[in-house]
Design a protein around this ligand. Sequence first.
Ligand SMILES: O=C(O)[C@H](O)[C@@H](O)[C@H](O)[C@H](O)COP(=O)(O)O
Length: 259
Amino acid sequence: MSAPEILVHPNSGLLAAGVAARLITRLVDAQARRGTASVVLTGGGAGLAALAAVADSPARDAVDWGRLDVWWGDERFLPSGHPERNETGAREALLDRVPVDPARVHVMRGPDGPDGDDADAAAARYAAELAAAAQGAPSAVPAFDVLMLGVGPDAHIASLFPGQPTLREEKLTAVGVHGSPKPPPTRISLTVPAIRAAEEVWVIASGSSKAEAVRLGLADADVMEAPVAAARGLRSTLYLLDRDAASALPPGSSPVSSG
Ligand SMILES: O=C(O)[C@H](O)[C@@H](O)[C@H](O)[C@H](O)COP(=O)(O)O
Protein backbone atom coordinates (compact mmCIF):
# COMPACT_ATOMS: atom_id res chain seq x y z
CA MET A 1 0.00 0.00 0.00
CA SER A 2 1.19 3.48 -0.80
CA ALA A 3 1.74 6.27 1.72
CA PRO A 4 -0.44 9.32 1.04
CA GLU A 5 0.91 12.36 -0.80
CA ILE A 6 -0.79 15.65 0.02
CA LEU A 7 -1.43 18.34 -2.60
CA VAL A 8 -2.92 21.61 -1.44
CA HIS A 9 -4.70 24.01 -3.81
CA PRO A 10 -5.48 27.65 -2.96
CA ASN A 11 -9.28 27.32 -3.16
CA SER A 12 -12.09 24.99 -4.22
CA GLY A 13 -12.15 26.23 -7.83
CA LEU A 14 -8.46 25.57 -8.31
CA LEU A 15 -8.85 22.21 -6.57
CA ALA A 16 -11.48 21.20 -9.14
CA ALA A 17 -9.29 22.43 -12.00
CA GLY A 18 -6.23 20.65 -10.59
CA VAL A 19 -8.06 17.34 -10.14
CA ALA A 20 -9.47 17.64 -13.66
CA ALA A 21 -6.04 18.23 -15.22
CA ARG A 22 -4.57 15.32 -13.28
CA LEU A 23 -7.44 13.02 -14.22
CA ILE A 24 -7.21 13.83 -17.91
CA THR A 25 -3.46 13.15 -17.81
CA ARG A 26 -3.87 9.81 -16.01
CA LEU A 27 -6.56 8.62 -18.43
CA VAL A 28 -4.53 9.64 -21.48
CA ASP A 29 -1.44 7.88 -20.08
CA ALA A 30 -3.39 4.69 -19.33
CA GLN A 31 -4.90 4.66 -22.82
CA ALA A 32 -1.47 5.20 -24.38
CA ARG A 33 -0.15 2.18 -22.44
CA ARG A 34 -3.07 -0.23 -22.67
CA GLY A 35 -5.62 1.22 -25.06
CA THR A 36 -8.24 1.57 -22.34
CA ALA A 37 -8.62 3.31 -18.99
CA SER A 38 -10.90 3.00 -15.99
CA VAL A 39 -12.12 5.45 -13.40
CA VAL A 40 -14.28 5.14 -10.30
CA LEU A 41 -16.43 8.19 -9.61
CA THR A 42 -17.67 9.66 -6.35
CA GLY A 43 -20.71 11.69 -5.44
CA GLY A 44 -20.42 14.86 -3.40
CA GLY A 45 -19.59 18.47 -4.12
CA ALA A 46 -15.82 18.35 -4.67
CA GLY A 47 -15.89 15.24 -6.86
CA LEU A 48 -18.66 16.56 -9.09
CA ALA A 49 -16.97 19.96 -9.40
CA ALA A 50 -13.88 18.13 -10.67
CA LEU A 51 -15.96 16.26 -13.27
CA ALA A 52 -17.50 19.54 -14.45
CA ALA A 53 -13.97 20.99 -14.74
CA VAL A 54 -12.99 18.01 -16.94
CA ALA A 55 -15.94 18.74 -19.23
CA ASP A 56 -14.98 22.43 -19.37
CA SER A 57 -11.33 21.71 -20.20
CA PRO A 58 -10.18 21.87 -23.84
CA ALA A 59 -7.75 19.07 -22.94
CA ARG A 60 -10.70 16.69 -22.48
CA ASP A 61 -10.52 15.91 -26.19
CA ALA A 62 -7.19 14.16 -25.56
CA VAL A 63 -9.15 11.37 -23.81
CA ASP A 64 -10.66 8.62 -25.97
CA TRP A 65 -13.98 8.63 -24.12
CA GLY A 66 -15.25 5.56 -25.98
CA ARG A 67 -12.45 3.50 -24.43
CA LEU A 68 -13.05 4.49 -20.83
CA ASP A 69 -14.76 2.28 -18.26
CA VAL A 70 -16.70 4.29 -15.70
CA TRP A 71 -17.61 2.80 -12.32
CA TRP A 72 -18.96 4.23 -9.07
CA GLY A 73 -17.64 3.97 -5.54
CA ASP A 74 -21.13 4.29 -4.15
CA GLU A 75 -24.68 5.10 -5.11
CA ARG A 76 -27.78 6.29 -3.35
CA PHE A 77 -30.47 3.63 -3.79
CA LEU A 78 -32.91 5.78 -5.76
CA PRO A 79 -34.49 5.33 -9.21
CA SER A 80 -32.65 6.24 -12.43
CA GLY A 81 -32.76 9.94 -13.16
CA HIS A 82 -33.41 10.90 -9.51
CA PRO A 83 -31.63 14.19 -8.85
CA GLU A 84 -30.02 12.78 -5.69
CA ARG A 85 -28.36 9.85 -7.44
CA ASN A 86 -24.59 10.15 -7.79
CA GLU A 87 -25.06 8.89 -11.34
CA THR A 88 -27.37 11.80 -12.20
CA GLY A 89 -24.82 14.31 -10.91
CA ALA A 90 -21.99 12.68 -12.86
CA ARG A 91 -24.04 12.58 -16.06
CA GLU A 92 -24.91 16.27 -15.77
CA ALA A 93 -21.35 17.29 -14.89
CA LEU A 94 -19.50 15.18 -17.45
CA LEU A 95 -20.90 11.98 -18.90
CA ASP A 96 -23.63 13.65 -20.96
CA ARG A 97 -21.05 16.06 -22.36
CA VAL A 98 -18.48 13.60 -23.75
CA PRO A 99 -18.89 10.61 -26.09
CA VAL A 100 -18.68 7.78 -23.54
CA ASP A 101 -19.70 4.28 -24.61
CA PRO A 102 -22.98 3.59 -22.72
CA ALA A 103 -21.98 -0.09 -22.43
CA ARG A 104 -18.89 0.99 -20.48
CA VAL A 105 -20.77 3.17 -17.99
CA HIS A 106 -21.32 0.74 -15.12
CA VAL A 107 -24.08 2.11 -12.93
CA MET A 108 -25.19 0.71 -9.59
CA ARG A 109 -28.86 -0.05 -10.13
CA GLY A 110 -31.64 1.45 -8.01
CA PRO A 111 -35.10 0.24 -6.97
CA ASP A 112 -36.29 0.53 -10.58
CA GLY A 113 -33.65 -2.01 -11.62
CA PRO A 114 -33.91 -5.79 -12.03
CA ASP A 115 -33.62 -6.44 -8.28
CA GLY A 116 -36.43 -4.11 -7.24
CA ASP A 117 -36.21 -2.94 -3.64
CA ASP A 118 -33.45 -5.40 -2.76
CA ALA A 119 -30.32 -3.24 -2.41
CA ASP A 120 -28.23 -6.24 -1.33
CA ALA A 121 -29.12 -8.06 -4.56
CA ALA A 122 -28.35 -4.92 -6.59
CA ALA A 123 -24.96 -4.77 -4.84
CA ALA A 124 -24.32 -8.44 -5.64
CA ARG A 125 -25.20 -7.70 -9.27
CA TYR A 126 -22.59 -4.92 -9.26
CA ALA A 127 -20.00 -7.21 -7.67
CA ALA A 128 -20.67 -9.73 -10.47
CA GLU A 129 -20.16 -7.01 -13.09
CA LEU A 130 -16.90 -6.03 -11.43
CA ALA A 131 -15.76 -9.66 -11.31
CA ALA A 132 -16.56 -10.13 -15.00
CA ALA A 133 -14.36 -7.12 -15.80
CA ALA A 134 -11.58 -8.24 -13.43
CA GLN A 135 -10.12 -10.79 -15.85
CA GLY A 136 -9.36 -13.24 -13.07
CA ALA A 137 -7.66 -10.74 -10.73
CA PRO A 138 -7.75 -12.15 -7.18
CA SER A 139 -9.35 -8.92 -5.94
CA ALA A 140 -12.38 -9.64 -8.21
CA VAL A 141 -12.33 -6.01 -9.35
CA PRO A 142 -10.55 -4.47 -12.33
CA ALA A 143 -7.26 -2.65 -11.68
CA PHE A 144 -8.89 0.80 -11.61
CA ASP A 145 -6.52 3.48 -12.89
CA VAL A 146 -8.05 6.14 -10.65
CA LEU A 147 -10.58 5.76 -7.85
CA MET A 148 -11.91 9.07 -6.59
CA LEU A 149 -13.43 9.51 -3.16
CA GLY A 150 -15.08 12.43 -1.44
CA VAL A 151 -14.97 12.43 2.34
CA GLY A 152 -17.66 13.44 4.82
CA PRO A 153 -17.16 15.59 7.92
CA ASP A 154 -17.69 12.30 9.83
CA ALA A 155 -14.77 10.80 7.83
CA HIS A 156 -16.93 8.46 5.73
CA ILE A 157 -15.84 7.52 2.22
CA ALA A 158 -18.08 6.10 -0.51
CA SER A 159 -21.06 4.89 1.60
CA LEU A 160 -18.89 3.36 4.32
CA PHE A 161 -19.84 5.15 7.52
CA PRO A 162 -18.13 5.11 10.93
CA GLY A 163 -19.08 2.17 13.12
CA GLN A 164 -20.98 0.27 10.42
CA PRO A 165 -20.31 -3.46 9.89
CA THR A 166 -19.83 -2.90 6.14
CA LEU A 167 -16.38 -1.55 7.04
CA ARG A 168 -15.33 -5.03 8.16
CA GLU A 169 -16.37 -6.74 4.92
CA GLU A 170 -13.44 -8.77 3.63
CA LYS A 171 -14.89 -10.95 0.86
CA LEU A 172 -17.57 -8.99 -1.00
CA THR A 173 -16.54 -6.13 -3.29
CA ALA A 174 -19.88 -4.30 -3.22
CA VAL A 175 -22.50 -4.27 -0.47
CA GLY A 176 -25.95 -2.90 0.28
CA VAL A 177 -25.84 -0.21 2.97
CA HIS A 178 -28.78 0.18 5.32
CA GLY A 179 -29.35 2.91 7.89
CA SER A 180 -26.90 5.41 6.42
CA PRO A 181 -26.64 8.46 8.68
CA LYS A 182 -26.46 10.64 5.55
CA PRO A 183 -29.70 10.46 3.55
CA PRO A 184 -30.93 8.51 1.78
CA PRO A 185 -30.65 5.61 4.27
CA THR A 186 -30.25 2.88 1.64
CA ARG A 187 -27.21 2.85 -0.58
CA ILE A 188 -24.74 0.61 -2.40
CA SER A 189 -21.02 0.88 -1.78
CA LEU A 190 -17.74 -0.64 -2.80
CA THR A 191 -16.00 -2.22 0.17
CA VAL A 192 -12.57 -1.49 1.62
CA PRO A 193 -10.82 -4.35 -0.25
CA ALA A 194 -12.32 -3.19 -3.57
CA ILE A 195 -11.17 0.39 -2.92
CA ARG A 196 -7.69 -0.74 -1.97
CA ALA A 197 -7.31 -2.76 -5.19
CA ALA A 198 -7.20 0.48 -7.23
CA GLU A 199 -3.88 1.61 -8.68
CA GLU A 200 -4.47 5.16 -7.51
CA VAL A 201 -6.84 6.34 -4.80
CA TRP A 202 -7.60 10.07 -4.67
CA VAL A 203 -9.26 11.58 -1.60
CA ILE A 204 -10.72 14.91 -2.69
CA ALA A 205 -11.82 17.37 -0.01
CA SER A 206 -12.78 21.02 0.09
CA GLY A 207 -13.71 23.24 3.03
CA SER A 208 -12.93 23.49 6.72
CA SER A 209 -15.68 21.03 7.68
CA LYS A 210 -13.46 18.31 6.19
CA ALA A 211 -10.22 19.31 7.95
CA GLU A 212 -10.64 16.92 10.90
CA ALA A 213 -11.58 13.99 8.65
CA VAL A 214 -8.50 14.70 6.54
CA ARG A 215 -6.36 14.76 9.67
CA LEU A 216 -7.72 11.40 10.83
CA GLY A 217 -7.19 9.83 7.42
CA LEU A 218 -3.57 10.93 7.29
CA ALA A 219 -2.94 9.99 10.91
CA ASP A 220 -3.88 6.36 10.21
CA ALA A 221 -6.81 6.52 12.62
CA ASP A 222 -8.91 3.44 13.44
CA VAL A 223 -10.90 2.64 10.29
CA MET A 224 -14.08 1.94 12.30
CA GLU A 225 -13.92 5.53 13.58
CA ALA A 226 -12.56 7.16 10.43
CA PRO A 227 -13.25 5.10 7.30
CA VAL A 228 -11.12 7.50 5.23
CA ALA A 229 -8.06 5.99 6.91
CA ALA A 230 -8.69 2.86 4.80
CA ALA A 231 -8.38 4.78 1.53
CA ARG A 232 -5.05 3.68 0.10
CA GLY A 233 -4.12 2.81 -3.47
CA LEU A 234 -1.76 0.09 -4.63
CA ARG A 235 0.59 2.45 -6.43
CA SER A 236 -0.35 5.85 -5.05
CA THR A 237 -2.67 7.60 -2.65
CA LEU A 238 -3.29 11.30 -3.18
CA TYR A 239 -5.01 13.71 -0.84
CA LEU A 240 -6.17 16.51 -3.13
CA LEU A 241 -7.26 19.36 -0.88
CA ASP A 242 -8.02 23.03 -0.79
CA ARG A 243 -6.42 25.18 1.90
CA ASP A 244 -9.38 24.96 4.25
CA ALA A 245 -9.52 21.16 4.10
CA ALA A 246 -5.76 21.15 4.73
CA SER A 247 -5.98 23.41 7.79
CA ALA A 248 -5.44 20.65 10.38
CA LEU A 249 -2.84 18.32 8.84
CA PRO A 250 -1.12 16.03 11.34
CA PRO A 251 2.31 17.10 12.57
CA GLY A 252 5.09 15.90 10.30
CA SER A 253 2.99 16.00 7.09
CA SER A 254 4.77 17.25 3.97
CA PRO A 255 2.12 18.92 1.83
CA VAL A 256 2.97 20.24 -1.62
CA SER A 257 1.21 23.49 -2.42
CA SER A 258 0.13 24.65 -5.84
CA GLY A 259 -0.76 28.17 -6.94
O1 LIG B 1 -23.15 9.54 -1.90
C1 LIG B 1 -22.47 10.34 -1.31
O2 LIG B 1 -22.94 11.14 -0.50
C2 LIG B 1 -21.00 10.38 -1.57
O3 LIG B 1 -20.47 9.50 -2.42
C3 LIG B 1 -20.18 10.67 -0.34
O4 LIG B 1 -19.24 9.72 0.02
C4 LIG B 1 -19.55 12.01 -0.57
O5 LIG B 1 -18.50 11.92 -1.47
C5 LIG B 1 -19.07 12.67 0.70
O6 LIG B 1 -20.13 12.70 1.60
C6 LIG B 1 -18.59 14.08 0.47
O7 LIG B 1 -19.65 14.85 -0.03
P1 LIG B 1 -19.51 16.43 -0.17
O8 LIG B 1 -18.30 16.70 -1.02
O9 LIG B 1 -20.78 16.87 -0.83
O10 LIG B 1 -19.38 16.93 1.22
